[in-house]
Design a protein around this ligand. Structure first.
Ligand code: ACO
Length: 436
């Protein structure tokens, strides 16, 4: 075998084997040849949180956490954020190449002509309680779309996949806006296909009685950039769910609903809402040092700080910080920015955070911007889910087309009882139970 290999010795038996290394990884199934006894299943890799396990090959997003690099299809995120619209980046993620002018025009047209929701979907959303969390509404409505588009089950047909992708990217902002208006008791606003993706979203959120909504161009561009930054992030928790659910050949609507459910958690996309709660709790700049001491004493986490992969500054957080100033020029400053900047300043000087390589992540500043634009914190994760839908779909499509992918089915290390003799009900004596 060539030098690209790893030689392993099993000290239990003395067996030695050389396994190939491809693209910096060994195949876990190559470990199975190490057996403790002939009927042993074989050695497994134990990695409960995928800390060091690649679950797929992917050509979509490149991330170097140590150097703070993020690229979509080879293009640095900073370049895309500066020069592209969100739908241009969506095209890139889905198709692998940047569109020509003609292709972009067609793509914009197609997405914007899939923004309408079936009236029954609207009715379904009307049934939610007045204080329903918009993420709960989004997740449920995404799953419900599966019942409207039974043609989505033919996941191996590229044309059908394309149609579902257009529908999902087109309809997610409409669902999000309806959820928002529902919580305010306002009538739903239908999409305006003449507007850009983000300007139309603003129209559906904030239009009142004016005949045509005119979006503020600074705010719609800020939304465009925020959406670009959130569009994909390789194998994060929700993307892993998208691939996992999709691997059973479930349709993309239920898979997207499942991915959105994963995003909802406060350790993932729900962190932006948690950051605002935290900043409210801190209250003012002078109370930051005491709050940081509490965190260091083990009372909670600094929300919006830390990342599984970035152990250097999150490049998205740097761009978001710049956008904040542009947005505040229009909306007025969100006073929480001063508290946030103080948290960042103190944390970045503190050895507790430095040693653990904890830096602000994408969620640290996004919520402050969204709040300045007029969103309530419970909408923040929805704002994350809209652009991430593109990443989920790009990853789902790649997974479906990948001949190496099978149904996701991890192994386990069994820690339970060995085989036991059954005791009839009348002869059982009380035993301590693990689950009450
Ligand atoms: N505040 C305080 N301490 C922290 C934080 C934090 N935000 N994050 C990690 N730590 C500490 C841990 O307590 C641990 O310390 P120890 O070694 O003394 O036990 C160490 O840093 C390593 O933490 P892990 O939990 O092992 O790191 P992991 O990679 O599993 O977690 C995560 C990453 C979930 C993002 C974590 O940093 C966190 O909870 N952050 C706050 C929530 C957040 O902002 N999530 C958004 C992430 S970005 C996104 O999903 C879009």
């Amino acid at each position: 075998m060539e030098n690209d290999s790893l030689t392993l010795t099993d000290n239990r038996t003395g067996a030695t084997a050389t396994v190939p290394i491809k693209d910096g990884a060994i195949h876990s199934t190559d470990l199975r040849q190490f057996k403790n006894s002939p009927d042993d299943f074989g050695l497994m890799a134990y990695d409960p949180a995928f800390l060091n396990t690649a679950s797929c090959r992917s050509a979509i997003t490149y991330l170097d956490g140590d150097r703070g690099i993020l690229r979509y299809r080879g293009y640095p995120i900073e370049v895309l954020a500066e020069h592209c619209s969100f739908l241009e980046v969506a095209y890139l993620l889905i198709h692998g190449e940047l569109p020509t002018e003609a292709r972009l025009h067609e793509w914009n047209y197609l997405i914007m002509h899939h923004t309408m929701l079936h009236e029954n979907v609207k009715k379904l959303m009307e049934g939610f309680h007045y204080d329903a969390h918009p993420m709960g509404m989004l997740i449920s409505t995404l799953a419900a779309l599966s019942t409207f588009y039974s043609d989505s089950k033919v996941i191996h047909d590229p044309q059908s996949r394309k149609l579902q992708i257009l529908r999902l990217i087109g309809k997610v902002p409409t669902i999000a806006a309806y959820a928002y208006r529902h919580s305010l008791g306002l009538p739903y606003v239908y999409p305006d296909n003449e507007l850009s993706y983000t300007a139309n979203f603003m129209n559906m959120l904030w239009k009142k009685t004016e005949p045509k909504y005119a979006a503020n161009s600074v705010l719609s561009r800020a939304l465009d950039v925020l959406f670009i930054l959130h569009a994909d992030h390789e194998q994060n928790c929700s993307t892993n769910v998208m691939r996992s659910v999709g691997s059973s050949h479930a349709d993309p609507y239920v898979a997207t609903a499942a991915a959105a459910a994963a995003l909802y958690g406060p350790l993932h996309g729900g962190a932006n809402e948690a950051v605002l709660d935290m900043l409210d709790l801190i209250g003012s700049k002078d109370r930051v040092p005491a709050f940081i001491q509490e965190i260091k004493a083990g009372h909670g986490r600094l929300m919006g700080f830390g990342h599984r992969v970035y152990k250097n500054y999150d490049p998205r957080a740097r761009i978001i910080k710049q956008i904040a100033n542009e947005v505040f020029e229009v909306t007025g400053k969100n006073p929480k920015i001063d508290v946030a900047l103080e948290v960042e300043r103190i944390a970045l000087e503190d050895q507790f955070f430095v040693q653990r390589k904890l830096y602000p992540n994408v969620d640290f500043y996004s919520g402050i911007i969204y709040q300045a634009m007029g969103f309530r914190p419970d909408m923040f994760t929805v704002m994350f889910a809209i652009p991430r839908t593109v990443g989920w779909l790009a990853q789902w499509q790649e997974m479906i087309e990948d001949p190496e992918q099978k149904i996701a089915r991890p192994r386990q290390v069994y820690t339970g009882q060995p085989v036991r003799e059954f005791v009839p009900l009348e002869k059982r004596t009380p035993r301590p139970v693990m689950v009450a």
